[in-house]
Design a protein around this ligand. Structure first.
Ligand SMILES: *Cc1c(COP(=O)(O)O)cnc(C)c1O
Length: 261
C-alpha cells in the first residue's frame, strides 16, 4: 500500500541563501533578525498585531493556553479528533479537556454539539482546523460571546487558509500554528502564536523565554519554558513564507495526489 503524504517540504527557494546568511554572520540563536522578520511577516499575513515565534506547534499551544488564563479546574472544549498537543496543553495548565465529536463532512469539531458541553467551569473553546478545512467559526464565536468564553484557535493545518474571506488564525483570542514539515510551510520544527491582545502577547513572550523579568534579570515570579525559535529555523520560515501562495495552489491541485492501490 502506498501512503499519500499530507505534505512534502519543498526547499528550493531562498532557504539555502538565508541559512548561509545565518552561518556567515554567526547569528544562529533566537536573537537573530530572521526571528523578528518571520514574526512580523506572519502576523501581517494573519492580520494580527502580535506574532510570537516558538520552537514548535505544541509549545505554541502550551503557552497560548496558559496565556489565555486557563488554570486549575478550568474546562476547555475541544475536538475529539486532533493531535494530543491540544489536550495535553490543557492538562498541563491544570485544566480539563472536554471532547466534542466530529462532523462527518469536514472531520472538524461538530459545532452543534458544543453548547450542551458548556458548564460553570468552562473557560474556553479550542477550535482546530483539520486538514485545511476551516471550523465553522461563526458558530464558535457566537457561543463564546454568549457564554463569555475565550477562543483558542489551532491553525496548524490551515496556514494561509480562509473562513468567510478571513484568514484562519485571525479568529481566536489567541491562535497558534505549527511549521512541522507536513504543514503548508516548514521550519523543520517551529511554531507561531498570533494575537491582537497585548496582555496575552506579553505573557506568551515571557513564557517562551523562562519568564525572565526584564528589569530584574534572574528573578522569576512565574515558571516559564525555553520555547525559543532559533534564527536558523526562522531563516527557513522567511524563505518558505515567500512561497505560501505557490504551496497553497499545489495543495489545492487534487490531481497530484492520485492514490495507487
Ligand atoms: C502539527 C499539529 C500540531 C503540533 O505541532 P508540532 O509542531 O508538531 O508540535 C498541533 N495541532 C495541530 C492541529 C497539528 O496539525
Amino acid at each position: 500500500m502506498d501512503f499519500v503524504p499530507v505534505n512534502e517540504p519543498l526547499l528550493d527557494g531562498n532557504e539555502k541563501k538565508y541559512l548561509s546568511e545565518c552561518i556567515e554572520t554567526g547569528w544562529i540563536s533566537s536573537e537573530g533578525m530572521f526571528v523578528k522578520e518571520l514574526e512580523e511577516k506572519f502576523s501581517a499575513i494573519t492580520g494580527r498585531k502580535h506574532g510570537i515565534a516558538v520552537c514548535n506547534g505544541t509549545a505554541a499551544l502550551e503557552a497560548a493556553v496558559i496565556a489565555a488564563g486557563i488554570t486549575a479546574g478550568d474546562e476547555v472544549i475541544l475536538p475529539a479528533f486532533t493531535i494530543i498537543s491540544c489536550a495535553s496543553a490543557v492538562i498541563r495548565a491544570g485544566g480539563k479537556p472536554v471532547l466534542v465529536d466530529s462532523d462527518p463532512e469536514t472531520w472538524n469539531m461538530d459545532v452543534k454539539q458544543i453548547e450542551k458541553k458548556i458548564t460553570d467551569r468552562t473557560k474556553a473553546i479550542m477550535a482546530v482546523h483539520i486538514y485545511g478545512l476551516p471550523v465553522d467559526m461563526n458558530a464558535v464565536l457566537n457561543l463564546a460571546d454568549k457564554h463569555n468564553l475565550k477562543v483558542i484557535e489551532d491553525s496548524a493545518e490551515a496556514i494561509g487558509q480562509t473562513y468567510n474571506g478571513k484568514q484562519c488564525g485571525s479568529f481566536g483570542d489567541v491562535s497558534t500554528f505549527s511549521f512541522y514539515p507536513n504543514k503548508h510551510i516548514t521550519t523543520g520544527e517551529g511554531g507561531m502564536i498570533v494575537t491582537d491582545n497585548d496582555e496575552i502577547a506579553g505573557r506568551c513572550r515571557s513564557l517562551r523565554n523562562l519568564c525572565f523579568i526584564p528589569e530584574k534579570r534572574f528573578v522569576h515570579n512565574e515558571l516559564g519554558f525555553n520555547f525559543r525559535m532559533t534564527n536558523i529555523q526562522a531563516a527557513l520560515g522567511v524563505a518558505q513564507l515567500e512561497r505560501l501562495d505557490e504551496f497553497k495552489k499545489k495543495k489545492e491541485r487534487s490531481d497530484i495526489y492520485i492514490m495507487k492501490d
